[in-house]
Ligand binder design. Structure first.
Ligand code: DOR
Ligand code: ZN
Length: 339
């Protein structure tokens, strides 16, 4: 019999579901295979109040129909959120996502200049209310250095707000892995694509728009450092796909939108990667258990049975091209059991 592995309650701790037709197309693809996901708030306009958050959650629920899937909602960070507002919304939300202004897709309303003093009241309230802070940690410097240049800000935040859980989203560098070790309250998500590719895959040969994302994939030694903590399921790291769909015509264009679409193929590709490195026994922790502990959540029951049997990665899902479109994966999803 082909080799199998069962993942209990897979979680995607960083997911873009978008809105309207795109939401209707992509939400079912995550909802089928995952128990839940942290839903990013970078819509147009971004999710910044309780009504918007609840309405978006309802649109997600409608889009996924009968699938068992918990959308863990987030707000788009604003420095004028006060204690009273955060207290009133706390039960509806799992985290707040901070974007430096203009750093990536739909982040224009993010934080300008990064004066921590200005952010202090909101961060103190989050800390007291135990609301995790997710950060897209990049400066506006040279593209390969942006994440490393942001590390002093992570350090300042981590030391100034020791009770605040700070999640370094989609880390791509060895330096971020090191920073993670230095502060108790720093955690990280790691994407599938940053475990598989380096900048060479994006731009070393013919330009690959479907591998272009923010933060851009880095050097082989960075990828190695990410693999080390992911494959050992370091307790401070968790899987977050950053699956970020864009229509094909906005990727295959002179100005290519940033984002790699991986949600429906992530679990088989992770199984393939972990098997290649003799680390299948760590997959459960990386895809679910670590995140449950970090976020203190119990997702709905779902068992995903992965089997070592070849799968063809689709050329597209509607007008979205996934990572590795048309290529093969040696694992596939055999069955999903919802208890
Ligand atoms: O590549 C990216 N795409 N990185 C992000 O941070 C945002 C995302 C998107 O929303 O398209
Ligand atoms: Zn993202």
């Amino acid at each position: 019999m082909a080799k199998e592995i069962i993942i209990d309650k897979p979680l995607d701790m960083h997911l873009h579901l978008r809105d309207t037709q795109m939401l209707n197309l992509v939400a079912p693809l995550s909802a089928k295979y995952f128990s839940g996901a942290i839903i990013m708030p970078n819509l147009i306009p971004p999710v910044t109040d309780k009504d918007m958050l609840i309405a978006y959650r309802e649109r997600i629920k409608k889009a996924i129909g009968d699938e068992i899937f918990k959308p863990y909602m987030t707000l788009f960070f604003k420095s004028d959120y006060d204690y009273k507002f955060l207290e009133s919304i706390k039960d509806e939300l799992s985290a707040i996502k901070l974007y430096p202004a203009g750093i990536t897709t739909n982040s224009e309303g993010g934080v300008e200049g990064f004066d921590i003093e200005k952010l202090k009241p909101t961060l103190e309230a989050m800390s007291e209310l135990n609301i995790p802070l997710c950060i897209h940690g990049e400066s506006n410097g040279f593209v390969m250095d942006r994440e490393a240049e942001f590390i002093p800000i992570y350090e300042k935040l981590a030391s100034s707000f020791p009770k605040l859980k700070i999640i370094m989203e989609h880390i791509t560098t060895a330096k971020s892995v090191e920073a993670l070790e230095r502060y108790e309250n720093l955690y990280a998500t790691i994407t599938l694509h940053h475990l598989l590719i380096t900048l060479d895959d994006v731009a070393g040969g013919m330009l690959k728009p479907h591998l272009f994302c923010k933060p851009i994939a880095k050097r082989p030694e960075d990828r190695k450092a990410l693999l080390k903590v992911a494959l050992s399921a370091h307790p401070k790291v968790m899987f977050g796909s950053d699956s970020a769909p864009h229509p094909k015509h906005t990727k295959e264009a002179p100005g290519c939108a940033a984002g790699v679409f991986t949600a429906p193929i992530a679990l088989p590709l992770l199984a393939e990667l972990f098997e290649e490195h003799n680390a299948l026994d760590k997959l459960q922790d990386f895809i679910s258990t670590n995140a449950q502990k970090i976020y203190n959540i119990t997702p709905p029951s779902k068992l995903v049975i992965l089997q070592k049997k070849q799968m063809d990665i689709p050329l597209s899902y509607g007008d979205i091209v996934p990572m590795m479109a048309g290529e093969k994966c040696s694992w596939r999803i055999k069955e999903i059991k919802v208890k």
